[in-house]
Design a protein around this ligand. Structure first.
Ligand code: GAR
Length: 204
C-alpha cells in the first residue's frame, strides 16, 4: 500500500472543514493522515474536534509573537517537527508570510467561501450577498503570495436566493466546502494535480 500523505491542518474557529477532512480520512476517501492540527485561537472548537479523534494539536497565539515572520517561523517548526508534507488552511484567519510559503512550496491549500477571483479576503459570503450575484460558492486553491490568488483546483457553485443573509448563504456554501476540500486533498495525495502557470490540471 502506498504511504499516506502527512497533513497539517491550520484552523482558527469552528473547524467544520477539519471535521469533514477527518471523516473522509476515517472512511478511507482521503489517502492521508493528519499529523497535527494547529490553531492560532486557543478557544477554537476545532481543537475539541481534534481531541475527540485523538489527533495531536498545537496552539500558537498571535499575540505571543513580535511579528508575522516570528509567528510563521514557529508555525513552520511545528509543521516540520511533525513531518507534515501538505498544509491545509481550513478557516485559518491569518495571512501567511513568505516564510511558510518557502517552507512548503506548492504544498499549501486553502478553502475560500466564494467563487474566486470574486470576493477574496474576509467575509466572502457577505460580499456576495451585498453585491447581488445570483451564484456564489467555494474554491479550493493552492496558496501563493497573494490573498486568495493562487491556482484554482476545484470550485462548486450554489445559488444565492433573494432572501439570503450572510448566514444562510454561508451554510449553503459550507455544505459544498465539506465535499470539495476532501476531494482536492485526495487528488493531491494521489499525485494527480499538475500546476502549469495559473492552471491546475487533474490527471486521470
Ligand atoms: C469556511 O467557510 C472557510 O471557507 C472560511 O472560513 C470558514 C471556516 O469554517 N475561510 C475563509 O474565509 C478564509 N479566508 P470552519 O472553521 O467551520 O471550517
Amino acid at each position: 500500500m502506498a504511504e499516506l500523505l502527512k497533513l497539517g491542518v491550520l484552523i482558527s474557529g469552528n473547524g467544520s472543514n477539519l471535521q469533514s477532512i477527518i471523516d473522509n480520512i476515517e472512511k478511507g476517501s482521503i489517502k492521508a493522515l493528519i499529523k497535527i492540527v494547529v490553531s492560532n485561537n486557543p478557544d477554537a472548537y476545532g481543537l475539541t474536534r481534534a481531541k475527540n479523534h485523538g489527533i495531536p494539536f498545537a496552539i500558537i497565539k498571535n499575540g505571543d509573537y513580535k511579528s508575522k515572520e516570528d509567528f510563521d517561523t514557529q508555525l513552520v517548526n511545528i509543521l516540520k517537527d511533525n513531518g507534515v508534507e501538505l498544509v491545509a488552511l481550513a478557516g485559518f484567519m491569518r495571512i501567511i508570510s513568505p516564510i511558510l510559503l518557502k517552507a512548503f512550496p506548492g504544498r499549501i491549500l486553502n478553502i475560500h467561501p466564494a467563487l474566486l477571483p470574486s470576493f477574496p479576503g474576509l467575509h466572502g459570503q457577505k460580499q456576495a450577498v451585498d453585491y447581488g450575484v445570483k451564484y456564489s460558492g467555494c474554491t479550493v486553491h493552492f496558496v501563493d503570495e497573494g490573498v486568495d490568488t493562487g491556482p484554482i483546483i476545484i470550485q462548486s457553485a450554489v445559488p444565492v436566493l433573494d432572501d439570503d443573509t450572510e448566514e444562510t448563504l454561508a451554510a449553503r456554501i459550507l455544505k459544498e466546502e465539506h465535499k470539495i476540500y476532501p476531494q482536492a486533498i485526495n487528488l493531491f495525495a494521489e499525485g494527480r494535480l499538475e500546476i502549469k502557470g495559473r492552471k491546475v490540471f487533474i490527471k486521470s
